[in-house]
Design a protein around this ligand. Structure first.
Ligand SMILES: *Cc1c(COP(=O)(O)O)cnc(C)c1O
Length: 433
């Protein structure tokens, strides 16, 4: 399979190049040239297959031409070492819990898959170690660090702003050791991002060490997210509830929902999608007006969706041939202020006992308001509520439990390298590594 850039100004790339480079030369996002529909028999029988079997079939459609079956199967099975259950919240609304992975958020799936695919290509090439640089404001760093933990031949540097990530998030990438180095930058997230970008462009550094990014726009991080939509469908089909299925995705950069739309193109029988936004309503406005007008993001309590210029909009736009009406036919939108998110968390807990995190709460509410008679909705619970414990505790007026997996991170010893926000210092540090 070859990959083209959404900007159409870069050469067609192999999967290997798309994974190692991440972004095309023209700053566009890579798209697979073909999306293979899966056979009817697969969907007829899907409820009898395991998550890993389903995922391997989907992975084969994208990566099967480039990765031998044995290797691809191992990568998929290793990646999905945890379940993604569809849990009943109300009679018509289910939660797809994507928080049973190592860092309790959906980004685990993409990060784990990418780490393993990158390792496969490095081994095949026989080239030495590669260094992954990633800037984080919290969640991405932990998913990438844990996804790559212990993967041979890859060293990860996580750059994060000192004092600006939550204690739980910080523990998730500073206590790992092994091939993960946390770099604590005396600055803000944008400083971390700037250091990473400068490093990629610096000739001395690139001559000294092989650098790559694990950005969320990477095809190896975004395409594997389609796996769990097929599995969600299988679970709902088993319950006899898949005929008019509406899938609601709390969205920020729109990578997650974009992978669902790829699933639909492959034949996944989902009736329609809802993209739930917090107050960052750029996509919502696009649906209403046909105009895409990025703006600076605003801070909300669903902070992983605080995005003012969603990068995967370019992929959705391309996938639908730039046709606004076609996009609106498959996807509707919703946008919620912090007060509405908080009300929803309280209301769902009071009426059902289910605790949503602030992102999942946007998804639940959009279904509650938007489902039509006869439809069943499933929203993606994109992170465990305990990852946003302070917020959720203060909304519910009580202390929610921290899962053992999260506790374990908090007991580790924090190790990080202090760094200024000046590139000269960061460069010197990397040259000495
Ligand atoms: C990253 C993230 C999102 C947004 O996903 P996109 O693919 O960027 O739309 C939603 N919720 C949580 C918890 C996240 O970490």
């Amino acid at each position: 399979m070859k990959y083209y850039s959404t900007n159409q100004q870069a050469p067609i790339a192999t999967l290997e190049k798309a994974v190692v480079k991440g972004l095309a030369e023209d700053k566009g996002l890579y798209m697979p040239e073909h999306i293979k529909p899966l056979p009817k028999e697969f969907f007829d029988n899907i409820e009898n297959l395991s998550f890993q079997e389903i995922a391997y079939t989907v992975a084969d459609a994208f990566f099967g031409e480039d990765v031998p079956a044995e290797d691809l199967k191992r990568i998929v099975y290793d990646t999905l070492s945890f379940d993604v259950p569809a849990v009943k919240v109300t009679d018509s609304i289910y939660s797809l819990e994507l928080f049973h992975g190592p860092t309790l958020a959906f980004k685990d799936v993409g990060a784990r898959f990418m780490a393993r695919l990158l390792q496969y290509f490095l081994k095949k090439e026989g080239k030495g170690e590669v260094n992954v640089l990633v800037a984080t404001s919290g969640d991405t760093g932990s998913a990438v660090a844990n996804g790559f933990l212990g993967v041979d031949g890859i060293h990860v540097y996580v750059l994060y702003p000192k004092g600006k990530v939550s204690p739980i998030q910080e523990c998730q990438f500073t206590t790992l050791g092994q091939n993960i180095t946390a770099v604590e930058v005396d600055g803000v997230f944008d400083d971390c991002q700037a250091l990473v970008k400068s490093a990629f462009m610096d000739a001395d550094l690139n001559a000294h060490m092989r650098l790559t990014s694990a950005n969320s726009i990477n095809v190896a991080r975004f395409l594997p997210q389609s796996f769990y939509y097929f599995y969600a469908y299988a679970q709902m089909k088993k319950l006899g509830l898949a005929d008019q299925l509406v899938v609601c995705v709390p969205s920020g950069n729109f990578g997650n929902i974009c992978s669902a739309l790829f699933g639909k193109k492959m034949g996944l029988p989902i009736k329609r999608f809802i993209a739930a936004n917090n107050a960052n309503d750029i996509f919502f406005k696009y649906l209403q007006t046909g105009k895409y007008e990025p703006k600076a993001s605003v801070q909300t309590i669903a902070n992983a969706m605080d995005v003012g210029d969603p990068s995967n909009f370019a992929r959705i736009y391309d996938l639908y041939g730039k046709d606004h009406a076609a996009i609106c036919a498959d996807i509707s939108g919703a946008t919620y202020a912090d007060s509405q998110i908080a009300d929803t968390i309280r209301q769902v807990e009071a009426t059902t006992g289910y605790v949503c995190d602030p992102h999942g709460a946007c998804g639940f509410r959009a279904l509650q308001e938007g489902l039509e008679p006869g439809e069943t909705g499933i929203f993606l619970e994109t992170a465990h509520p305990a990852k946003f414990k302070d917020t959720v505790d203060s909304i519910l007026g009580k202390s929610i439990d921290i899962p053992a997996k999260l506790q374990a991170f908090m007991q580790g010893t924090k190790q990080s390298t202090p760094m200024t926000r000046h590139f000269a210092d960061f460069k010197q540090y990397l040259l000495a590594e």
